[in-house]
Design a protein around this ligand. Structure first.
Ligand SMILES: [Zn+2]
Length: 338
């Protein structure tokens, strides 16, 4: 807890008395974005910073809830100290979410995600079904500029093409803060410079929602929902051809021509193909591949509608997921990546 490497003289810590008040998040921002990478490169320090910031936010949020005055349960009863000494009453407060509401502003807590889910459901009610569900994974191992930026911060230069997998991992691990910031910038650029740009690569965006998730080894990816203006709704039309025309306008599953665009061909072959060996996730439920790969080639787009049998399968899937929920939480699907 003393972090002697970061604070050899014991000065400039968070709890030091300062002329100007400094919030933990401002303080840690300055530490982690500092040109001196002693802070950002120490994983224990990162967890310490997160712990202190979240504790501070939780305490703040609690005192706001208390100051709001009327401590009343959602069924309208006044919360008294007598009530809090009764085990059954406290359990009831927890089940009604009265006891956990203060955690709502704290990113990542169940209360936070519950509110996010409600907001998202409100979007669906207002805007209808989303048009696209897109997943974008970070490919730090393929981004020379991320590796080079981390090294440059440490005052060194590297030749990306000479690095093997382990060397790249070591470099990325040496400053997770920079790696994460670059990912965030890329997501921003993906949204503003591409998806929301006047070029409208997937149509005119009405609204969108995304969530960042992390794979087991810490690599981030986003799940993105996009509502496109005037998109035809699947299953709503008598004529499928309108939907098919819309899909064909924006989606292709063709291999790019290796002669016309060798670079694109290489990228698609390496990261956009379902692995021939399948992933662990593919083989869940004792099947070769629960996503049904390899699929037969098709020369045109067709729409398939759920049948009662498919519904049964879905139910089974959900049950499977619930049973192994903790595992899924920490390790989202990785089937689309090596
Ligand atoms: Zn598979």
């Amino acid at each position: 807890m003393a972090f002697p490497v970061q604070f050899p003289t014991g000065q400039n810590t968070l709890d030091e008395v300062r002329g100007k008040k400094l919030s933990p998040s401002k303080y840690f921002n300055a530490r982690l974005f500092c040109v001196d990478t002693r802070f950002a490169s120490d994983q224990s320090y990162l967890f310490f910073a997160q712990f202190v910031t979240e504790t501070h936010m939780a305490t703040n949020s609690m005192s706001i809830q208390m100051r709001k005055g009327k401590p009343i349960t959602s069924d309208g009863r006044k919360i008294s100290s007598k009530m809090l000494q009764n085990k059954q009453e406290v359990e009831k407060l927890i089940t009604n979410k009265d006891a956990t509401r203060f955690m709502q502003p704290l990113r990542g807590t169940p209360a936070y995600w519950e509110k996010t889910l409600k907001d998202l459901n409100a979007m669906v009610r207002q805007l209808g079904k989303p048009t696209f569900f897109l997943t974008f994974s970070a490919a730090e191992m393929r981004w020379p500029e991320v590796i080079e930026a981390v090294k440059a911060q440490q005052g060194e230069q590297v030749d990306f093409s000479q690095l093997d997998w382990n060397a790249k991992c070591d470099i990325l691990r040496s400053n997770p803060v920079t790696v994460m910031r670059l990912f965030e910038k890329r997501v921003d650029a993906l949204m503003t410079d591409l998806i929301l740009s006047p070029a409208q690569p997937i149509g005119e965006v009405e609204d969108y929602f995304y969530r960042v998730e992390f794979q087991a080894r810490g690599s981030p990816h986003i799940h993105l929902l996009v509502w496109i203006k005037d998109a035809p709704e699947f299953g709503d039309l008598q004529d499928d051809s309108v939907v098919i025309k819309f899909i064909d306008q924006y989606i292709t599953c063709q291999m790019p021509d290796p002669n016309a665009d060798p670079e694109l061909h290489k990228i698609v072959s390496e990261v956009q193909l379902h692995s021939r060996n399948h992933s662990k996730s593919c083989k869940k439920g004792n099947v070769m591949c629960r996503f049904g790969f390899p699929k037969l080639p098709m020369d045109r787009t067709i729409l398939t509608y759920p049948t009662p049998d498919d519904d049964d399968d879905d139910d089974n899937d959900n049950n499977d997921q619930q049973q192994s929920a903790p595992k899924n939480k920490t390790r989202p699907r990785t089937s689309y990546k090596r």
